[in-house]
Design a binder for this molecule. Structure first.
Ligand SMILES: Cc1cc2nc3c(=O)[nH]c(=O)nc-3n(C[C@H](O)[C@H](O)[C@H](O)COP(=O)(O)OP(=O)(O)OC[C@H]3O[C@@H](n4cnc5c(N)ncnc54)[C@H](O)[C@@H]3O)c2cc1C
Length: 494
């Protein structure tokens, strides 16, 4: 969606823009699809789109008039064996109170952590309202010594200052699935910023599903005179005299341009499309040490079960079968050592038809189950043989979907006998539909080393720009949109 938004903004200013998209529809990960009358979404919720430059841009384009939104009452619920905590949306104090209620002996630590979060919110988010550009807002973070220190510390180490209660730290870092790394690897600043956004800002959900947002941008782009070619995969960025001068597609067609913008993942852009021989030494080193994020599996279910009898009215439910440290879980998962039958796991669920009844036929419901991380290499590469996804691949998918359904049935009794349709996505599915290497969910990992590294859509190669989450870093739709704005602004200022 970052590529779409930058294209819209450039076309709006009269630039001649051609958008090449490998898929047959726009939007990348910001998408939904239909099966038997159900609409299934890839993302769950959208936070922090009502501030500053991002809000003004989206509002001016008409996004809030043309798309029907629901503002959620509860951002999330965290479920552990003996603790359940509800996170009300747009209510930092309410979230703090609920943590205090669950851990009364840790009140002081919780209050200090939340007051840090509130201070951060004031520093960073209020700066969005005072007209700072998105780039200024992000670089601001790295100029304040306290924030810079937090960016270089893990969330776990940061929390240990306040408390030795491992369970509390686990719970306070529960959002790690949204950023891709657990508490010991992720920058404290990132979790604090994200918590501020998720707890202290409104949470939105497009009533008709996420594809409506991407279709909206594509429509605006065409209205402003842009051109889109779908099913057109770029395979090369043409470089001459250290300058990008166009692209070549997999079908061998070439297009020349004054500026080339890539929303493909960072490694693909530089290594596959530009080619190592054209990379300045410093950039080559950076790309070589760039760690991509992980992928996962996602199961969409259409059911004829009545969900009004269950407590499912949340943006997301983070379900933990045990108190196992998520760092241990993550490590096991990425080494493909997770035994999904025997091990206790953590997964996310969303009943999106409870948030918007437009997503399921009358009297029916949709359920989305997410398990992260699961690598491309799981079960002998999902039994994909010579790149072919045959019967063996389908049998791994069936095994996984049966397993997730059995797990979810503990929360939603009767689920297995009520299924009208189900669709399982694996890292291969994500890779196929977005081009992301190994189906990575968030481009680069948000580790301490990789976060807040002076992000920019500019590259050392003249006329080549990045966009979306690849421009400014981080995962999520708002960062992707901010990347789109930054790219358009940078090219227009040239
Ligand atoms: C399961 C899941 C759940 C998520 N949940 C949330 C959530 O609840 N909230 C949230 O904010 N974010 C969520 N995210 C993350 C969010 O969806 C993404 O970070 C964001 O949409 C990424 O946008 P982007 O513009 O950076 O790039 P992408 O979505 O990766 O788009 C890249 C585009 O480039 C195209 N492309 C790539 N290579 C080529 C090529 N060679 N030639 C032509 N076209 C190419 C792709 O087809 C795609 O259209 C989730 C992601 C996943 C996978």
């Amino acid at each position: 969606m970052g590529g779409l938004l930058s294209s819209v903004l450039l076309a709006k200013e009269g630039k001649k823009v051609l958008l090449l998209e490998q898929h047959r529809i726009p939007g990348g990960y910001c998408t939904s699809y239909k099966r038997k009358g159900f609409i299934f979404n890839v993302p769950s919720v959208m936070n922090n789109i009502v501030d500053g430059e991002l809000y003004e841009t989206l509002k001016n384009l008409g996004l809030f008039d043309e798309i029907e939104w629901v503002e959620l009452e509860n951002f999330a619920k965290y479920v552990y064996p003996d603790v359940e905590i509800v996170m009300p949306a747009n209510d930092l104090e309410g979230c703090q109170e609920n943590f205090n209620r669950a851990f009364p002996s840790e009140k002081a630590a919780i209050n200090r952590a939340f007051s840090d979060m509130a201070r951060l919110q004031k520093d960073i988010f209020s700066s969005q309202q005072t007209g700072r550009s998105i780039k200024e807002m992000i670089s601001f973070v790295t100029t304040v010594p306290k924030l810079l220190l937090l960016s270089r510390k893990s969330f776990y180490d940061y929390m240990r200052k306040f408390t030795g209660n491992e369970r509390l730290i686990e719970l306070l870092s529960c959002l790690w699935g949204f950023t891709g790394l657990p508490s010991k690897s992720i920058s404290a600043l990132l979790i604090l910023m994200m918590s501020g956004e998720c707890y202290g800002k409104p949470t939105y959900f497009p009533k008709g599903g996420y594809q409506e947002i991407s279709d909206f941008f594509a429509r605006k782009f065409l209205d402003f005179g842009g051109e889109i070619e779908y099913k057109t995969r770029v395979s090369k960025i043409l470089i001459k005299d250290k300058k990008a001068e166009g692209v070549e597609t997999a079908a061998g067609e070439t297009f020349h341009a004054d500026a080339v913008v890539s929303n493909a993942d960072t490694r693909k852009t530089f290594i596959d499309f530009v080619g190592r021989e054209h990379l300045p030494r410093k950039l080559a080193l950076k790309v070589d040490t760039h760690t991509p994020s992980e992928s996962g599996i996602s199961l969409h279910i259409g059911t004829n079960l009545d969900f009004s009898q269950f407590d499912l009215n949340y943006g997301s439910i983070f379900y933990h079968e045990s108190w196992e440290d998520s760092n241990i879980f993550f490590d096991k998962a990425i080494r493909n050592k997770l035994d999904l039958e025997k091990d206790k796991i953590m997964y996310g669920i969303q009943a999106s038809s409870v948030l918007s009844e437009r997503l399921a036929p009358k009297g029916m419901n949709t359920l989305h189950i997410l398990l992260f991380p699961i690598r491309h290499g799981y079960k002998n590469n999902f039994n994909v043989i010579d790149g072919k996804r045959g019967e063996e691949y389908r049998s791994v998918k069936d095994e996984l979907s049966d397993l997730l359904i059995r797990k979810a049935e503990k929360i939603i009794p009767g689920l297995s006998g009520s299924i009208v349709v189900k669709e399982m996505s694996t890292p291969y599915t994500f890779e196929r539909y977005t081009g992301a290497t190994n189906g990575a969910w968030y481009d680069g990992v948000t580790s301490i080393n990789q976060s807040f590294q002076k992000p920019s859509c500019k590259t050392p190669i003249r006329n080549l720009y990045l966009t979306g989450t690849k421009a400014l870093g981080g995962g999520g739709m708002p960062p992707a949109l901010r990347g789109g704005i930054d790219t358009a602004e940078t090219i227009l200022k040239k």
